[in-house]
Design a protein around this ligand. Structure first.
Ligand code: SAM
Length: 249
């Protein structure tokens, strides 16, 4: 019996972190685990301490100028990149996770998903020496306006969101195309069995079998929900290309 050869991964991601064990669950479970096992996606997490500055595996030092906490030194990051890619210039698009970065959204996720390879840098402590930002970061990316203990959870979020757009990772491409933010709006509500639960009944149109009516209902729900809870997403000047399709108020 012959088996199909594994596909060449459409996206390869390298991660630098001092806590590689942090990624074991998120990268191995469910969608990402399957995508990696099937060869649609490559993710390699590298222990930054492998490029530490001494035999005590040190990667941090006290901040110049004083102040609380420790700062991650530049050498481990730069030496790791040189070992992995040969030269700094040959590194792939490099994302440094930091609260000061551009807020991660679906537009940036889609942009990153078009890259063949990504490098993701995770900070800890008070953050990373500024020279790493200057030498390595093509993108500084934040999850939101709050401070996490480290970049690992942010890296997991980024990897999962980006991977879902990689061909072959999500089985049903329609589900990705119709999701929240894909067309600029939030998604419509979903219902499944039973038809009535605790006095709440599935809208009749969804059980009518009328595909046109279902599509119109979903579009209207999507528009109304976006206006109600995320008016910032609504572009009142959107054209008639179907991307927003907001009715007049
Ligand atoms: N001293 C830093 C500040 O005030 O901006 C916070 C450092 S934080 C404790 C340690 C690391 O967690 C950061 O270097 C970054 O990699 C990661 N991190 C924290 N909050 C983040 C966020 N909102 N988005 C992305 N990464 C974050």
């Amino acid at each position: 019996m012959t088996t199909d050869p594994a596909p060449t991964p459409a996206l390869g991601i390298d991660v630098l972190s001092i806590f590689p064990e942090y990624f074991t669950g998120p990268l191995d479970a469910s969608l990402l685990g399957k995508a990696r096992a099937r060869g649609h996606l490559r993710v390699d997490v590298h222990d930054l301490r492998g490029w530490s500055v001494d035999r005590h595996r040190t990667v941090d030092a006290e901040p110049y100028g004083g102040g609380a906490g420790m700062v991650m030194r530049p050498e481990p990051f730069v030496h790791a990149v040189e070992d992995l890619y040969g030269t700094l210039a040959d590194r792939p698009r490099t994302v440094l996770l930091t609260p000061r970065g551009r807020r991660l959204d679906q537009a940036l996720v889609a942009e990153l998903a078009r890259e063949p390879e990504l490098l993701v840098l995770c900070g800890r402590y008070e953050g990373i020496d500024e020279r790493v930002h200057q030498l390595l970061a093509h993108d500084e990316v934040s999850l939101g306006d709050y401070v996490l203990a480290g970049g690992e959870v942010a890296a997991c979020v980024l990897i999962e969101a980006v991977s879902r757009l990689v061909p072959g990772v999500v089985g049903n491409v329609d589900s990705v195309a119709a999701e929240s933010f894909a067309g600029g709006l939030l998604e419509h509500p979903h219902y499944t069995r039973p038809p009535t639960f605790r006095g709440l009944t599935v809208p009749a149109v969804l059980r009518s079998g009328d595909h046109g009516a279902v599509a119109a209902w979903r579009r209207a729900q999507s528009q109304a929900r976006t206006r109600a809870v995320r008016p910032d997403l609504v572009d009142e000047d959107a054209g008639d290309d179907g991307s927003q399709e907001l009715p007049p108020r």
